[in-house]
Design a protein around this ligand. Sequence first.
Ligand code: OOB
Length: 556
Amino acid sequence: MTNRANHPEASREPDWPGWPQEERQRYEAAGFWRPETLADLLAHQAEQRPEAIALVDGRARWSYAELADEARAVAAGLHRRGLRRGDRVVVQLPNRAEFLLVWFGLQYLGAVPVHAMPGHRGHEISHLLRVTGAVGYVVADRHARFDYRTLAASMRERHGELRHVVVVGDTGELEGAIGFEELRTDASADLSPGGERPAAGDIGLLLLSGGTTGTPKLIPRTHRDYAYNARAAAAAAGLTPDSVYLAVLPAAFNFTMSCPGILGTLTVGGTVVMAPNPAPETAFPLIAREKVTVTALSPPMVPVWLEAHADRDPGSAELDSLSVLQVGGARLANELARRVRPELGCRLQQVFGMAEGLINVTRLDDPDDLVCTTQGRPISSGDEVRVVDESDAVVPTGAVGELLTRGPYTLRGYYRAPELATTHFTSDGFYRTGDLVRLHPTGHIDVVGRVKDQINRGGEKIDATEVESQMLTHPDVSAAALVAAPDPDLGERSVAFLVCKGSPPTARELGAFLRGRGLAGYKAPDRIEVVEELPLTAVGKVDKNALRARDQGATR
Ligand code: OOB
């Protein structure tokens, strides 16, 4: 924790993530950090272009002025019920307009949205509530055949400090829950002025990390660093006020939210269109109707979109407006990358980012070869990257090493987890990404693997340690290791190696067991291998390399 005490915001915000004084000055002097909050981004555009369309969901549209007014009404409603600046609120909503109305409502209030994914269940939400001490939880009534009100009820039972549950839709049997419509029409109350306004250096939101420590880690993003993130990503994606962004991946995902995504689009005065799901049958007609110019996918969706487009009439104009397709979250195969431009008729932008901060993108005017074989280069001149060997020595350009990074929008510490300072950061403040990369002479990065104990299932990150500890609670399991296996559709799937003391569970049974323990469905192992014992390394750790090699040998 460097120079925290003498920072003006530090006294008010005990969790302030602490860039050292020298770097703060540098980021301010360079114009990366401005004295702006995330609510200011919207307020500014509402002044500049009140009539322009900011948001589209189904047949409903919000101009910038309307979006800002409704968000302020939500803020007023929440304030009247006792929510205050600095309070944390877990937000778990699908891609609907309400996501933004709630999110900006919290921003106007200076309350801090904690981004949960729609797929998260009791295990994950409970952790978020516990770590953040959140006083609020915002859910949809139902989504994707799941009733979030039941989850909210059980969370309220387990977490005494959770005072406010807001339901978008029908509150149903959930006693004491606030219906979103009530908040939205609550504009009568005064928004508290002056002193209550958040500061640019305050935490503006908390993002969830893919995690590799057994429990999901939280990433504090300040107003000014996240605003800069959105602005810089918007510039690198060539966004203008005419841009129309289709939000296909979950809005809570950092990629969708601000790389440049929703915030980047709003920052330049463009239009955000919400896609309720990523299927071509949903997305393509929306692209045609709203004249979408840019969208973002994870790699497994790329072949699905390519096939669906190939099945259309040769003369189909459905995707004609689309000029940029971003792909990121996991490694896109070079062969797929090469098909995007000729087949979909739009430019590809590869995006290698992380909730922790650093974003790399291929530039729109990069040569095709770099666009199709690398994951881009950092979006900001303030980003510092180092590729190092096991002893943290910088490797020669072109050699593989772990990527370390530091910069104006990359965290300097996890939220309320000082114990991670030495394992996840160098002494000079570089974040250890856990990604193995190779640097081109142009500065472009090729992601070739990872050192972190994580499975990247088509962009969804699974922390092996977290799932292993849950599997060990199964009565028939005495040892467990989760590793990645290559998969043609998802890039990777998870395989659990189990040592069993009773009759081994099937993958389906184990999945049901884990869901019963409140774990998100995507974390359940795709396959199980029962073994006599787990191989160990010389220092007595489970030898995951040996397991992966054995698995690939067996399935070839
Ligand atoms: C994005 O964020 P997270 O926090 O879910 O995951 C970050 C990790 C990276 O450290 C890397 O391991 C992997 O996901 N990753 C990629 C990748 N993009 C992310 N690996 C290979 N190629 C890529 N293009 O996933 C994320 C956040 C913002 C923008 C885009 C992705």
